[in-house]
Design a protein around this ligand. Structure first.
Ligand SMILES: [Cu+2]
Length: 125
């Protein structure tokens, strides 16, 4: 790699590697794969938690689930947590639920620092 051609080859290899890395990073945003209870579903008052499985690992300190009832008050029983054994799995334990519509608002920060967020509702009957 002492010739100018060698250096040029090395430089372009690095540039190629970096651009591949950038492409992969751009797709590392975390999106929900499975929501329990499912978005738009109806469940009963025995529901004790909301769990979301994401397609990428999450940063526990910056990711959250907040569940609110009709009054807008959170019904989370404490903070949501990212499972230690599976950083794609985030759970929020719930206070006992009464009949009504609940909104789940989630924030997911992937390992690359990119943030996604969304919300959906489910009904307790
Ligand atoms: Cu990303």
């Amino acid at each position: 790699m002492k010739t100018p051609v060698g250096h040029l080859f090395l430089a372009s290899s690095i540039a190629l590697a970096l651009s591949f890395g950038a492409v992969q990073t751009a797709f590392a945003h975390a999106h929900p794969k499975t929501e329990t209870p499912a978005a738009g579903s109806t469940v009963d008052t025995s529901t004790k938690e909301v769990a979301i499985d994401f397609d990428e690992g999450l940063e526990p300190s910056f990711s959250s689930i907040v569940v609110t009832g009709a009054t807008g008050k959170p019904v989370n029983d404490g903070r949501s947590t990212v499972a230690q054994s599976d950083d794609r799995h985030m759970v929020a334990a719930l206070q006992p639920l009464s009949v009504g519509i609940y909104t789940v608002a989630w924030v997911a920060v992937a390992k690359d620092g990119h943030r996604t967020q969304g919300h959906y509702t489910f009904t307790v009957k």
